[in-house]
Design a protein around this ligand. Structure first.
Ligand SMILES: [Zn+2]
Length: 189
């Protein structure tokens, strides 16, 4: 399963692409970059927030995982919410991050498209399972818990982390700028 870091990283990359589609003025790209990234990362994170209720109630962390938020129903609800916001750039960026999360989980593992009504039908390529079957995984010891990670997942997570210096460099330009231009998204810093 892809880590939350990878999902948020993918959300940021998609947000950057959408930013460049919506904002044709380079000044506006710089000005609104942080907002797009935050919304893209949030969209990438949202589906996996389904582990939070079980943590709160003290149940097994994976009790509700994939049951509600990794489904076509969830995508439908997200599309309706985004449509209600007239597909404005930032809500649409959240939607794109959300959908990208499910696509990544589809490749990596599987999703339950028709859940919660049908929890048997699975769509997925189970790439992680292939790595595990071939011994391409190891135990990662964190202070609070140990978990098993495939080399693919670990590599993708490292790649996401390696984007951080580039991200900080790009955001520095937002801070240094004093752009008054009128942009498609007028939030600025
Ligand atoms: Zn997920």
């Amino acid at each position: 399963m892809s880590s939350v870091i990878t999902h948020m990283g993918v959300g940021v990359v998609i947000a950057e692409i959408l930013l460049r589609i919506w904002e044709t003025d380079p000044d506006c790209v710089i000005k609104n970059r942080l907002w797009f990234w935050l919304f893209g990362a949030f969209g990438g994170l949202v589906p996996d927030l389904d582990v939070v209720p079980a943590i709160i109630t003290g149940e097994m962390m994976w009790t509700y995982h994939h049951i509600y938020t990794h489904t076509l129903l969830a995508v439908g609800i997200m599309v309706v919410i985004t449509a209600a916001m007239r597909f404005k750039p930032l809500p649409s960026t959240v939607l794109a991050g959300f959908v990208a999360h499910l696509i990544l989980d589809f490749f990596d593992n599987s999703i339950l498209p028709f859940s919660p009504f049908d929890q048997v039908t699975e769509w997925g390529l189970h790439i992680s399972d292939w790595f595990v079957a071939n011994g391409w995984y190891f135990e990662l010891d964190l202070i609070f818990f140990t978990f098993t990670t495939t080399y693919l997942e670990f590599g993708l997570t490292l790649m996401s982390f390696s984007l951080i210096p580039i991200a900080l460099y790009l955001l520095k330009r937002t801070w240094e700028s004093d752009i008054q231009a009128s942009c498609a998204v007028n939030l600025g810093k």
